[in-house]
Design a protein around this ligand. Sequence first.
Ligand code: NDP
Length: 311
Amino acid sequence: METEQVKCLIVGSGPAGYTAAIYIARASMNPVLYEGMEPGGQLTTTTEIENFPGYPSGVTGTAMMEDLKAQAKRFGADVRFGIVTHADFSQRPFRLTVDGRKVVEAETVIIATGATAKYLGLASEQQFRGMGVSACATCDGFFYRNKDVAVVGGGDTACEEASYLASICHKVYLVVRKNHLRASKHMQHRVMSAANIEILFEHVTEQVLGDESGVTGMLLKDHKGKERVIDVAGMFVAIGHHPNTEIFKGQLELTAEGYIKTVPGTSKTSVHGVFAAGDVQDHVYRQAITAAGSGCMAAIDCERFLLEQEA
Ligand code: NDP
């Protein structure tokens, strides 16, 4: 198999990966970045980003990712199409297989493969993605000011998103499949005490309704099989995320949910020379700006690691 040696390999092309690439490239450490399955990451599936500092008029996710990529390339980052299909961190240099046909031997690795929001799996949900169906209230909630929306899920994320939306929307339905919430007591109390949140326990979503303008409602079914339509302009799916760490299982310490464990306050993983940044190691904040910040941390940790090795 073709083999190549690199100083720093970055896996993933969201804000964390590109920010790491910008910093590593500016430190003249010639990073190679593989974009992975979804070039640009989760942000390319959102519409307008209005909360990333420095864009007073907002920016689309795709445009921001193009800018980040151009910035990384300007300083010499080698950005490539390709998916890392296997990783061996048992010794340095680490060996990573790309597209099943090439081995990259890397002195250091920064993992920024992100997480993927789970969806219900309905065809109608897919049809209205970006047209009323979203998996991020912080990103898209603003577009539904004073309107009625629904959040699906009963965990902390769903409750947090419902509370946030309740502060800007007219009314929020929280659609929960069980007869109780899984969220922490504190979060439960918050949604239950909000005047404009209505919790629909034991309801599942049968269909997302809409027209060419986007979502107009949801067809729900309760545990007795009774159907009901709610009129909403937006549906926020908050049923969990799935960290993209399959290929690192058994190589790195992961949390029970599959996120990469990092030493608190750093990007260091359980293997010296392997760093993690962005949503792949953060299930709490999950924002473009925090991902970018942690990409910067990973680059600095990586740079220091390489300097120590050379000393
Ligand atoms: P969770 O896995 O905790 O909750 C997922 C929710 O979605 C559950 O209520 C689950 O229902 C429901 N669900 C799953 N699949 C479906 C489906 N197909 N249809 C309908 N409902 C479905 O995910 P979260 O993202 O809420 O939280 C992940 C982790 O992050 C948790 O540990 C949480 O505590 C933590 N977190 C902490 C926060 C904080 O401390 N501020 C904020 C956000 C998250 P069911 O209960 O029936 O399985």
